[in-house]
Write a new protein. Structure first.
Length: 267
């Protein structure tokens, strides 16, 4: 069973196959083309991957997996407005992915707002109303520190902590993936203590609550991805995918996955 061929990896590439054959492509060559796109994206060759996806779209403008993959790469590149446009195209062509698409559109919209020095703070409404009614808000230095703190912790929780939580009852702990990810993220995780020193202690209960809510949402993404993948494999290969197999996949492809995710962090 080739799990890699059809597994869904969190925020980036959808690897489902069009239910039809593209004009000018056999089904096999179409799948091969998408495999090449995924390999290029995993290696950080985003422009080359986009070129291939645009070729597929040119041959069939209704091929929603190509739009989905294209939007994911644009999101990584910071081309947020174009990513939103392509995600909306997916939603129109494949309404069954509407919830997923809206999740990524929100990420893109938040990133656009985050380009404004106050944008991230506006999104999360980080202000405190004290018992005496006095409201305190983060100053410019604190805003910058909070933004980066959320980015670092959010990235770490999305790609490691949430997976560890999801796999707790699976009978398999993806230790190789975990160790490689921790090693690769060591430098930017080391920034956290200094960032926290720049933020007044009054903000931390609210920040902690936000972190917990984000982590819960990331765990839910794994649950949803696993259930969708389970149905996909059952349909395609008549195999009942287990959580243990899903979790072991991350160890089997640890080096490629960590390399790919670290490329994501650069954006």
């Amino acid at each position: 069973m080739n799990i890699r061929k059809i597994i869904v990896i969190a925020v980036v590439i959808i690897s489902s196959v069009c239910v039809f054959t593209l004009q000018g492509y056999s089904e096999d060559s179409y799948e091969t083309k998408l495999e090449q796109v995924y390999d290029k994206a995993w290696d950080g060759l985003y422009d080359d991957a986009l070129k291939d996806l645009n070729e597929i779209i040119k041959k069939d403008s209704k091929c929603y997996p190509a739009y989905y993959s294209k939007a994911g790469i644009e999101l990584l590149k910071g081309e947020y407005k174009q990513a939103i446009k392509d995600y909306k195209k997916v939603s129109k062509l494949a309404p069954q992915y509407k919830d997923d698409v809206n999740f990524y559109i929100n990420i893109a919209n938040n990133a656009i707002l985050d380009s404004d020095p106050g944008g991230f703070i506006n999104i999360y409404n980080v202000s405190l109303k004290l018992d005496d009614g006095y409201i305190i808000k983060p100053d410019k230095k604190e805003k910058k520190a909070i933004k980066k703190l959320f980015y670092i912790k959010g990235f770490y929780n999305a790609h490691l902590t949430s997976l560890e939580i999801f796999c707790q009852d699976s009978g398999y702990t993806p230790k190789k993936y975990s160790d490689l990810f921790k090693l690769a993220s060591k430098d930017f995780m080391a920034e956290i203590p200094n960032l926290e020193k720049q933020i007044r202690k009054e903000f931390f209960p609210m920040i902690t609550k936000m972190e917990e809510e984000m982590l819960d949402s990331f765990v839910e993404v794994h649950k949803k991805d696993f259930n969708e993948l389970k149905q996909e494999i059952l349909k395609k290969e008549n195999h009942n995918l287990t959580k243990k197999e899903y979790c072991s996949y991350f160890d089997e492809n640890a080096q490629d996955l960590v390399k790919y995710k670290m490329n994501m962090y650069k954006f």
